[in-house]
Unconditional design. Structure first.
Length: 106
């Protein structure tokens, strides 16, 4: 095994096949600073997500108000109908008949 390894090392040599560009380590910090310079972000760009979120909450609130108004209107109509049915159950049939007979007699 050692003979084989020595034979390969003689063929290839001890040279390093990898190289570093000239002044790579001296210019490295300057290149990184140039790439990550702080960009000025406009106020509009910063506020855009917040405006979208505010619009979403306003939309949800308005939809809630609409559904609540419809629900209240439905509740009041149902309550009126239930009250009328309750009153009708409390009356006697003969009293109902007399009431309607008096209304149609006039």
């Amino acid at each position: 095994m050692e003979k084989n390894q020595l034979n390969i090392q003689d063929q290839i040599g001890n040279s390093n096949p990898f190289t570093v560009p000239e002044n790579y380590f001296q210019d490295f910090a300057a290149k990184i600073d140039a790439q990550i310079t702080e960009e000025k972000v406009s106020t509009r760009k910063l506020l855009k997500p917040w405006m979208y979120m505010a619009a979403m909450f306003v939309g949800v609130f308005l939809m809630g108000q609409i559904f609540f108004t419809i629900y209240q209107r439905y509740q009041s109509e149902r309550d009126a109908e239930l009250y009328e049915l309750y009153l009708m159950t409390q009356l006697d049939y003969s009293a109902n008949y007399d009431l309607f007979a008096d209304l149609y007699d006039e």
